[in-house]
Design a protein around this ligand. Structure first.
Ligand code: ADP
Ligand code: MG
Length: 366
């Protein structure tokens, strides 16, 4: 089981978001290296800065193609060799989770999911061709959401939903969703039609933070079946657009919103505990403690998990950004920013300053 945790900082949007309000930046451990660190000021003392370490950090200018090529494409070979792959987008509402996973309609704006499907179909066709038709590859799709800890099939019309949702059961050590539909998919066009239709069935409701804030986890599961004679090899790739991780005390919630919030917070908390346990190589992974982690059997199989932490760079997200960094990062460091000290020093030079502050100041005075 391997897990990668990467961060993606989204660009500024529209003319209301301005460079002067940017507080989140990417940095590298050494000059010339790709960034692996996210920096953000300490809200209680802005002279201090927190640094959070990730496997990789994607800055504001990263394209959809670059992200896909670096983080998803390398695992497709493993998928066809029989490993399960899971990709999560985690973060505050408005930070780019849906953009990252689904993306826009234009080719260049397509997100992880359509690119993934396009690659799966291409690879499947090639395998069939290279085997002279001895191997057949079929792709089926399930798409569902977890809302208030209940599972709803997004490939079924909302009117047919039972209010209590679908039941879970265990089979061969795997969790299965009872009665979940599966649709065969021949090509990208097939997929897109299903996907657009299904997305209209998602539960969204207005909150103060975002008019179409997603209050549910949406899970797309793509099953790849390769058959050669009697031999059948099955593997799945799951792509998940999680509910927003914002602090729900600030969203002016009514009762429904508060029930939603409790369910969202609980499942995201368990998710972060599972990710931590997996990356530490712990034996016990608390995946049974929420439906979302249970359905994914997180850490139970021999698969690959990629968590993408989406971040908005602006000050208006400060506290929520910090809390999502705390949940997802593998390491945190605090440092005193030299630039802040320079200002203090110039105004009133105190007699005893630390060496590092003095050297920073000397550079500034030169
Ligand atoms: P979330 O799903 O996390 O609530 P969205 O994906 O809806 O956030 O993103 C919020 C807004 O920011 C959308 O208008 C989206 O198009 C835009 N956006 C997010 N990330 C990017 C990006 N990397 N490049 C351009 N626009 C982006
Ligand atoms: Mg979204």
């Amino acid at each position: 089981m391997s897990v990668r945790v990467v961060a993606r900082i989204r660009p500024l949007l529209g003319d209301k978001e301005m460079e002067k309000d940017v507080i989140v930046t990417a940095a590298s451990t050494e000059e010339g290296r790709a960034p692996t660190i996210v920096k953000i000021p300490n809200p209680k003392n802005e002279a201090e800065e927190f640094s959070f370490a990730f496997n990789s950090v994607y800055d504001r200018d990263t394209t959809q193609e670059q992200l896909f090529t670096a983080e998803v494409a390398p695992h497709l070979k493993a998928l066809f060799q029989g490993l399960d792959v899971t990709i999560f987008a985690y973060g505050v509402t408005g930070t780019g989770k849906t953009h990252t996973m689904r993306g826009g309609l234009k080719l260049a704006e397509r997100g992880v999911i359509p690119r993934l499907l396009s690659n799966v179909f291409r690879r499947g066709k090639k395998i069939a061709k290279d085997s002279d038709g001895e191997t057949t590859v079929s792709v089926t799709l399930s798409y569902y959401e977890i809302y208030n800890d209940k599972v709803f099939d997004l490939l079924e019309a909302p009117e047919t939903r039972t209010p209590s949702g679908l039941r879970l059961s265990e089979k061969d050590g795997k969790t299965i969703v009872m009665g979940l539909s599966e649709r065969a998919c021949m090509d990208l066009k097939d997929f897109e039609q299903l996907y657009i239709e299904a997305n209209n069935n998602r539960v969204t409701a207005a909150t103060k933070l975002n008019a179409h804030s997603s209050r549910s986890h949406a899970i797309l599961r793509v099953k790849v079946t390769q058959t050669t004679g009697d031999m059948v090899r099955e593997s799945t790739v799951s792509a998940i657009d999680l509910a927003g991780s914002e602090d729900n005390r600030r969203t002016d919630n009514d009762k429904t919103r508060l029930v939603e919030s409790a369910a969202i917070n609980k499942s995201l908390f368990v998710l972060s505990q599972c990710i931590n346990a997996i990356s530490n190589g712990d034996k016990r992974i608390p995946y049974r403690e929420s439906k979302m982690t249970r359905i994914l059997s997180l850490g139970q199989n021999n698969g690959i998990t990629i968590m993408i932490l989406n971040l908005a760079p602006m000050r208006s997200y400060h506290l929520d950004t910090l809390s999502s960094l705390n949940v997802s990062s593998r390491a945190k460091r605090i440092e005193v920013r030299e630039i802040e000290n320079e200002v203090v020093f110039k105004m009133a030079p105190p007699p005893s300053r630390s060496i590092s502050n003095l050297s920073g100041t000397r550079q500034a005075l030169r």
